[in-house]
Every structure is written in C-alpha cells, then in structure tokens.
Design a binder for this molecule. Structure first.
Ligand code: GLP
Length: 263
C-alpha cells in the first residue's frame, strides 16, 4: 500500500487525479474508471476536470461505474447517487452519459440488479482504476462493518452512523434511506488499481485502521491491504493517527523516478 500525505485537500485531489491519469494513459482508448460519491473525491474531480480541459487526459470513451446507490429513493431524486454522479462527475468531466453506470437501486429485483451490474463491469473489461472515499466507520462504497471481504454487488442495510453522517443531505434522519445497493468488497478488490482519498480529522481513525490495523470486516476498507496496487492519499488531519507517518513521507521523498506520479 502506498500512503501519500498531502498538506491539504486540494493537493489530495491533484495527487489522486495524477494517479488516475497515469493509469488511464496506459489503459488504452476505452479506460474503465470507478467513481465514488461523497465530499472526499470532489477535489479529485476538480483536478481531473482541469486535466481534461488541458487535454492531458482523454475520458471521451471512458466507461464509468459508480460504487453504490440508495434503495428507496427515486432515481431522479436530487440526492440519489444517479443525480449526484451526474452533477459531480459526468457533467464536470464531460463524460458520455451513456457510458456512466450507477447500480439500479430502484430495480424491482435488486438481487438481479446486482448480478447485472457485475456483468456490466465485466463486459467493459473490469475496472482499471477505482477512486474511493471512506466513511467515518471505515466503509468503502456502502460496505458497512462486517461486510464479507469477498462480497459482490448486493443489497446492504446502512448503519445508523452512516445515516447520521449523510443526514446533512436530507431534511431529517427519517428521510435518509435505510438500504442501498453497493458493489461488494470483492468487486472493489477486482479493480486493477485502487485510489482511496480522505481529508479531515473525522477520517483519522478510519485511515489508521485501514492502513495500519489488522485486516478485518469491522473496518471494511482494511481489505485494501490485500490489494497489490492500492494508493491511500490523505491530508495532514486524516493522517494524524498514523504511527508510521514519517516513514510514508520518507518513502515518498525517495521514490525512484520511474515510480513517481507527477502532477
Ligand atoms: C457515502 C458513500 C461512500 C463515501 C462516504 C464518505 O457513504 N457511499 O462511497 O466514501 O459517503 O463520504 P464523505 O466523503 O462525504 O465523507
């Protein structure tokens, strides 16, 4: 696992975008990008939009797969992840909407919707690079604590903590859906590269557990320790509980040239 500690969230975003651009450049004309909702990846989307505008990354034929969707919200609800991804990813990056997929949380048969989503990812050739945020309880996608480390896209029940965290997007806790359709931890692990971004003190404990704790379903993001190409990019506040922070800084400062990702 590579850990990159940045002075601020804007730098987190630029580092993540640079890493994604590096993978995309090597992936061929139809790269497959995995995207996440939440505030954490917004700085990465802003930086990616800049790279697109400068012609330094070509996403015109990219296939894009979101991690998750609420169950119980119409897909045209402003807080549905269909609409969130359209506003924060598809439009700013000028993506082809026909190539941007979000799990169908409004499907009558959610089990089949999960199977269909896995098949769509496979048909696109698998995800080249997956961008992830992390919940304060260590979830990635909506894989709440005790999710199977081998899970695939399926229905999950949100924890009270996650619903409280997401209440800011709704008028009251009652309106935050109780269920979701999310890629599994096994699905996420299949991505060829994974980039997790986190900023702020509220993520410090989750980042510590994911990077330096044991691999455990209690901290679902810790499954990334089993991934051969995982990069964790955090600001100083999110890094504040890492015991080996000095080692990560020293490693980054002394990377051999061919390993460097330059913005
Ligand atoms: C939601 C999403 C996750 C995201 C998390 C953190 O639960 N399903 O993919 O990582 O929020 O959100 P934020 O980045 O806003 O803290």
């Amino acid at each position: 696992m590579d850990v990159i500690i940045c002075p601020d969230d804007a730098t987190v975003g630029r580092q993540a975008a640079a890493k994604i651009a590096q993978v995309v450049a090597a992936a061929g004309p139809e790269p497959v990008l995995g995207v996440a909702t939440g505030s954490s990846p917004l700085s990465a989307y802003a930086a990616l939009a800049e790279l697109v505008a400068q012609g330094r990354i070509d996403l015109s034929k990219a296939w894009v797969f979101a991690l998750d969707e609420y169950v119980g919200l119409p897909l045209d609800h402003p807080q549905s992840y269909h609409q969130t991804i359209r506003r924060t990813v598809t439009e700013p990056l000028g993506l082809d909407p026909a190539r941007v997929k979000v799990p169908n949380g409004a499907a009558a048969d959610l089990r089949q919707a999960g199977i269909d989503y896995e098949a769509a990812i496979a048909a696109a050739g698998g995800v080249d690079v997956q961008l992830l945020g992390v919940g304060s309880n260590g979830h990635i996608g909506f894989n709440e604590p005790t999710s199977s480390l081998a899970s695939r896209t399926r229905l999950k029940t949100l924890t009270r903590q996650t619903r409280l965290d997401n209440q800011r997007f709704f008028d009251s806790l009652d309106q935050v859906p109780l269920h979701c359709l999310t890629q599994g931890l096994g699905t996420i692990r299949d991505a060829r590269h994974v980039v997790l971004v986190a900023a702020g003190q509220s993520k410090a404990e989750a980042v510590r557990a994911i990077v330096e704790g044991p691999v455990t379903a209690l901290w679902p993001g810790s499954v990334l320790q089993l991934h051969a190409r995982a990069t964790v990019i955090v600001d100083e506040a999110a890094a504040s509980r890492l015991s080996l922070a000095d080692y990560y800084r020293e490693m980054l400062a002394n990377l051999p040239g061919w390993q460097k990702v330059v913005w």
